[in-house]
Design a protein around this ligand. Sequence first.
Ligand SMILES: [Zn+2]
Ligand SMILES: [Zn+2]
Length: 101
Amino acid sequence: MQPTVGVPALARHRGSCGYSLKPNTRRCGAPATVHLLVYSHSWGLVSLSSCNDHEEFARSSGELLGAHRFAAACGHPQARWCPFPHDPTKSECVAPALMAS
Ligand SMILES: [Zn+2]
Ligand SMILES: [Zn+2]
């Protein structure tokens, strides 16, 4: 069975796991612990919020480009995925709205 990553994210902050067994069914909804950047052939470039239990599914949903621990800026609509300049294998999310406060 193909793992799925749920429906595309809405334009609101999402800090919960987006895993669902089938598209358009209820999402896991557990607090996200990991944030992954994946290139999927069906969706293109997507960032996935996942709990520990579903990290493996999220990682296998496409070509894994990066991952980091889920933090405050992750899933924020204005956040950007920023690779560390000195180590592109590491990354973090930066949201202008959160930096200003
Ligand atoms: Zn989950
Ligand atoms: Zn993130």
